[in-house]
Design a protein around this ligand. Structure first.
Ligand SMILES: C[S@@+](CC[C@H](N)C(=O)[O-])C[C@H]1O[C@@H](n2cnc3c(N)ncnc32)[C@H](O)[C@@H]1O
Length: 197
């Protein structure tokens, strides 16, 4: 798929994968087509990976194209519909689609669903004054609002800066392991947050 190839050039998935535990239950929230969920399951058979997304078309594609690994499942669901505990929860490029109240709700939910000392991995595009941020925003306006290719409840974009996430995660009781910029071939301003519950 062309989309998948472009996504892999845009995002250093391998860099994020390093922070995911090698074993245990892993939840990928807003997994989209399941690119990262599949990578996690392929890299370690002792990971039990569940990818969820509210976009039924994406989940159907993920189920059709990424079936076969015994440690990988996809489900059409929002986070509040999930009620088991996880060793690691991943949210990649989802929160920019949600207003502040929803960001707080989803992260609060993650805290509840993580086991003690479980890992939260959050990746978002950093809101800055840079040209690259402007280009990213423009692309998202096209994908979310014009083409409606990326599903969003509200159809709006809610980028926030790094300081906002650091403050919110601490306020919700998460403990910082790492927060840093990561880079792919296409130089989007990616910000990675690794926190413990
Ligand atoms: C830019 S895509 C990222 C997909 C995937 N995480 C990746 O990195 O390739 C954003 C995803 O968030 C999903 N999404 C939108 N609203 C959501 C919500 N309220 N909760 C969870 N996922 C949501 C969309 O359906 C879409 O698949």
């Amino acid at each position: 798929m062309i989309f998948e190839a472009v996504r892999k050039l845009a995002l250093p998935f391998a860099e994020i994968e390093k922070y995911v535990p090698q074993r245990g239950k892993i939840l990928d929230v807003g997994c989209g087509h399941g690119i990262f969920s599949e990578m996690l399951a392929q890299k370690s058979p002792t990971r039990e990976v569940l990818g969820i997304d509210p976009a039924i078309n994406k989940i159907r594609l993920a189920q059709a194209h990424r079936a076969g690994l015994p440690n990988l499942k996809f489900k059409h669901a929002y986070l509040p519909e999930i009620n088991s505990k996880f060793d690691c929860i991943i949210i990649i490029d989802v929160l920019y689609l949600l207003p502040i109240k929803k960001k707080v709700e989803i992260l609060t939910n993650c805290k509840k669903l993580l086991k003690k000392n479980g890992i939260l991995i959050l990746k978002e595009v950093e809101k800055t004054g840079s040209l690259m941020f402007f280009i990213t925003k423009l692309e998202e306006i096209i994908m979310v609002q014009l083409l409606k290719y990326t599903y969003s409840d509200k159809g709006n974009l809610y980028f926030v800066n790094t300081a906002y996430y650091l403050k919110l995660l601490r306020k919700l009781g998460f403990k910082k392991v790492k927060s840093r910029q990561i880079r792919a071939i296409i130089p989007y301003p990616h910000m990675l947050f690794v926190f413990r519950a």
